[in-house]
Design a protein around this ligand. Structure first.
Ligand code: AMP
Length: 281
């Protein structure tokens, strides 16, 4: 596996691959890798001839009081995992390499970032679309793979690709979970033993909502209120949001029909976790 830390080296390597008709797929990550990330790598491998994974903890998507500094990092472990998986290139620039001191330009997105995580993380998606654009222009992939775990991110990236004419196909991987249902996340590392148990309530409340809906409930408020009750039984839990929205526009829906996204962000202690489920009615 070749490791590249420099933007211009990555760009010229991508040019040489394209000249040889390689099909480049790309999995952007912030590192501290888990099986969820590796499942995206498998999708990339199955759909291309050359796989690039990036590790970059992107400062512009973190708010001032968020966990940029403490975000878990373990480059050597990540490197071994990717090597063992057969990844071709690991692109891992430093913050200074990737953002010049006088960086001025941001990719602003419209209404999709006003909902869900956008409410509690005001500039988060602007940071995401900016870094993903920069990564796309550096890695020059034909295909990029994102996880459904970040459902709102997937929608925003797909819209950006369409609106800005990026010639890149976006593939989406399912949410990878622990055996007991907890969605894999680099941030799970922050959880104490008690919090780890309480964190299960995210997937449990999604299961409860799904069951209510399958049993015929169509009143969104009622479903959310049952989910909320279940979550708040846990001492360490504080709800950031629990919503049922259109899976396309992310607007709230009262009477459940069509394709719906049940989306959750819950603080377990100090750790903010997200999870979601799509249901087609
Ligand atoms: P991150 O390193 O958290 O920025 O995530 C990098 C990519 O992995 C994003 O596209 C995420 O949506 C995806 N991802 C994170 N957790 C999971 C998971 N449990 N299952 C599948 N994909 C995931």
């Amino acid at each position: 596996m070749r490791i590249i830390k420099n933007v211009s080296e990555m760009q010229s390597f991508a040019n040489s691959l394209r000249a040889k008709d390689e099909k480049i797929s790309f999995v952007p990550t912030m590192g501290f890798l888990h099986e969820g990330h590796l499942s995206l790598v498998e999708i990339a491998q199955n759909n291309s001839t050359f796989v690039v994974v990036s590790i970059f903890v992107n400062p512009t998507q973190f708010g001032p009081n968020e966990d940029f500094d403490s975000y878990p990092r373990d480059f050597e472990r990540d490197k071994s995992l990717l090597e063992a998986k057969g990844v071709d290139v690991l692109f891992a620039p430093t913050k200074e390499e990737f953002y010049s001191e006088n960086h001025l330009t941001y990719v602003q997105n419209g209404s999709l970032s006003d909902f869900l995580c956008g409410n509690s993380r005001p500039n988060h998606f602007r940071g995401v679309t900016t870094v993903v654009s920069k990564l796309f222009n550096t890695v020059k992939p034909h295909i990029a793979v994102f996880g459904q775990k970040d459902a709102q991110q997937v929608l925003i990236i797909k819209k950006m690709v369409q609106d800005l004419n990026f010639d890149i196909e976006i593939l989406v991987g399912e949410i990878s979970r622990e055996k007991d249902g907890l969605a894999l996340s680099s941030r799970n590392k922050y959880l104490s033993e008690v919090e780890r148990k309480d964190a299960l309530v995210l997937s449990e409340s999604l299961g409860l909502a799904e069951k209510m809906i399958f049993d015929g409930e169509r009143n969104s408020e009622l479903v959310i209120s049952k989910m909320t009750d279940l979550i708040l039984e846990k001492q360490t839990a504080r709800i950031d949001y629990a919503e049922i929205v259109s899976s396309e526009s992310l607007e709230k829906i009262d009477f459940l029909k069509g394709e719906i996204l049940i989306a959750l962000a819950v603080f377990i202690g100090k750790t903010r976790l997200i999870d979601n489920k799509i249901i087609k009615l």
